[in-house]
Design a protein around this ligand. Sequence first.
Ligand code: PMP
Length: 421
Amino acid sequence: MSLSAAAQDLVDLESARKEYATLRDAGLKLDLTRGKPSPEQLDLSAAILSLPGANDYVSAEGIDTRNYGGVEGLIEIREIFGKLLGIPAQQLLAAGNASLNLMHDVLVHALLTPVPGAERRWVDEEEVVFLCPSPGYDRHFALTERFGIRMVPVALTGEGPDMDEVERLVASDARIKAIWCVPKYSNPTGETYSDEVVRRLAAMPTAAPDFRILWDNAYAVHDLTDEQVPLLNVLEACAEAGNPDRVFVFASTSKITLAGAGVAFFGSSAANVAWLNKVLVKQTIGPDKVNHLRHVRFFGDADGVLAHMQKHRALLEPRFEAVYEVLEAELTGIATWTRPKGGYFVSLEVPDGCAAEVVRLAKEAGIALTPAGSAFPYGKDPRDHQIRLAPSFPSVDEVREAMRAVAVCVKLAVAEQAAAK
Ligand code: PMP
């Protein structure tokens, strides 16, 4: 029996309507939309607000961080994160506060300045196409759409994209210039790419000589369990496969220190880093090195980052547990959901054709959910079945309350669908 049919047997329209009416009368105002750190998480980095201190502004190399210069960023912060990301510090740039900003700029640069290996600028191609493993990160898709790049969805398998499909598409179509990847604790499915998927991405023949993997390792150290799920080193895999320039790696400390005032990173082959450096010097006289230095002072070293992440985990884990507790009690047999070992999201799958209605019902009851379909290119979930839950920001009690409300909305949407048949 399909999930829809089984689910419909489990809910009764009358009682679902009554529960929903009670919910709406409660006048809740809760928000599970964006993966923002909670104020308690931001407090973990409170010390950073008074670092590096009035008399501490010279880096280990003797650079006065207050002044212009050093477009590649402070070497000390690049060494710390180079270790965590498996990228030599010389091939890692430390930039401004947001990796999304870097992704935006790197796309603009690739459109306007040929990337290493390209025959021409992407803007001079008749059409540029990106593969978009879905469900994925809505802001990647929004960026891509904004630049007129056509998006082709590819299914995710639980250990990365469907590689048979990816290999088939890139082998024959030179218009396909890139694939978006959130390789660890993916947004929103929580999956981590297997070694085999990473190796196949690195080695697959591509019709486009300038094909790029856009490797957004946003959740590289964001474990939620004792198991640090391993991720193969993509830069090394590409080099070993004879495609050293294939990958652009992005990361940031947005969900490590302060979401609005962290440090973003770009890592790649020496040729790609030189390419970006060359265009970056036209864009800026240098990044915020004082911010780099205060991050160096705050962490000390890579182990300092990992120890700090344990404190985040202690705050996040109970919120995720609250989500599972309610889902198991209320929606077993009616919906399915992920149990990620890291990251910021739970992906809830309701019976086909119900997601938009769940989100609408929730909104009317005062619960903000990410719009249905937003994790898919052009905002269109062909099955209308996926909802991204982001439990990090509200308190544990609020998460529980919001999830109970979501469960009521799912049951009503499923019952309504059954009644309409
Ligand atoms: N990439 C992914 C996959 C994300 O989930 C997020 C935040 N939601 C970002 C990038 C944004 O990162 P930043 O703050 O560095 O722009």
